[in-house]
Design a protein around this ligand. Structure first.
Ligand code: SF4
Ligand code: FES
Length: 269
């Protein structure tokens, strides 16, 4: 056991990885099996993949491609299906926050990319989540007056409303909700983004156009419809409430009945 792989005092473990390998979106893809030996239970799941990749590179093979950035649960880059669960078995945990102590010595771990029509596989476990960015992008701006600084207390926001907006803003855009949903719906993600502005007075001037555009874009990207199954909520590493979906629906219905000028100018919906 090399020093680099020995963390803490817990006994190291051997696991078998069954990993989805796919060269590009045009490649049909296949599962490959790898032995991950002498893995510290204190390694994060991504460190374990790094460790396996070191051996693959030494053996002249292609490393397993996966996304990561912050490795502390805040950027939304990481994410894969682990034994059929988005981000693995721990609730409220992104893949980068998952530790190998969650698994047992001798376990077989099946690792796949997010599977959704709107998330084409780029390579191995890396998918294109640009569809989520485009939903946010069509949401547009929030009006902000420039000029003299306004007193912070001039716009009163109740504590419960501020808390709900903050909770919705915790969405990191990982896409686990889509991957977990049997319909591949992006309703939890989109509703979180809509809610964080719809709840606050600062988000009200463009509220109507924003919800119409974002819901339309969600449909255009090929995500499925939400049928209130709730798997998204279980998979979400940020515990985004399913109430946000109900809020998005209310916002959308209200927006549809708004005068055409408030729907974005031409009344097109
Ligand atoms: S709602 Fe949760 S699961 Fe969906 S993108 Fe946001 S953080 Fe990820
Ligand atoms: S790497 Fe940033 S959330 Fe996992």
């Amino acid at each position: 056991m090399s020093e680099a792989h020995s963390h803490g005092n817990s006994k190291n473990m051997n696991v078998t990885l069954v990993v989805w390998r796919q060269g590009s979106s045009a490649d049909p893809g296949r599962f490959e099996t790898y032995a991950a030996k002498d893995v510290s239970p204190d390694m994060s799941f991504l460190e374990m993949l790094d460790y396996v990749n070191e051996d693959l590179i030494k053996a002249g093979q292609d490393p397993i491609e996966f996304d990561s950035d912050c490795r502390e649960g805040i950027c939304g880059s990481c994410g894969c299906m682990i034994n059929g669960q988005a981000h693995g078995p721990e609730l409220g945990t992104a893949t980068c926050q998952l530790h190998m102590r969650t698994f047992k010595d001798g376990d077989t771990i099946v690792i796949e990319p997010w599977r959704a029509r709107a998330f084409p596989v780029i390579r191995d476990l890396v998918v294109d989540r640009g569809a989520l960015d485009r939903i946010v992008s069509v949401g547009g701006y929030t009006s902000a007056k420039s000029g003299r600084h306004i007193d912070a207390n001039a716009i009163l926001v109740g504590k419960d409303v501020a808390d709900q907006a903050m909770d919705a803003a915790a969405c990191i855009g990982c896409g686990a909700c889509v991957a977990a949903c049997p319909n591949a719906s992006a309703a939890l993600f989109t509703s979180a983004k809509i809610s964080q502005y719809a709840l606050l007075p600062q988000g009200h001037p463009e509220r109507t156009q924003r919800v119409i555009r974002m819901v339309q874009q969600m449909d255009k990207e090929g995500f499925g419809n939400c049928s209130n199954i709730g798997e998204c909520r279980s998979a979400c590493p940020k515990d985004i409430s399913i109430d946000t979906i109900a809020r998005m629906r209310r916002e959308f219905v209200v927006a549809l009945t708004a005068p055409p000028a408030r729907q974005g100018g031409d009344g097109a919906i």
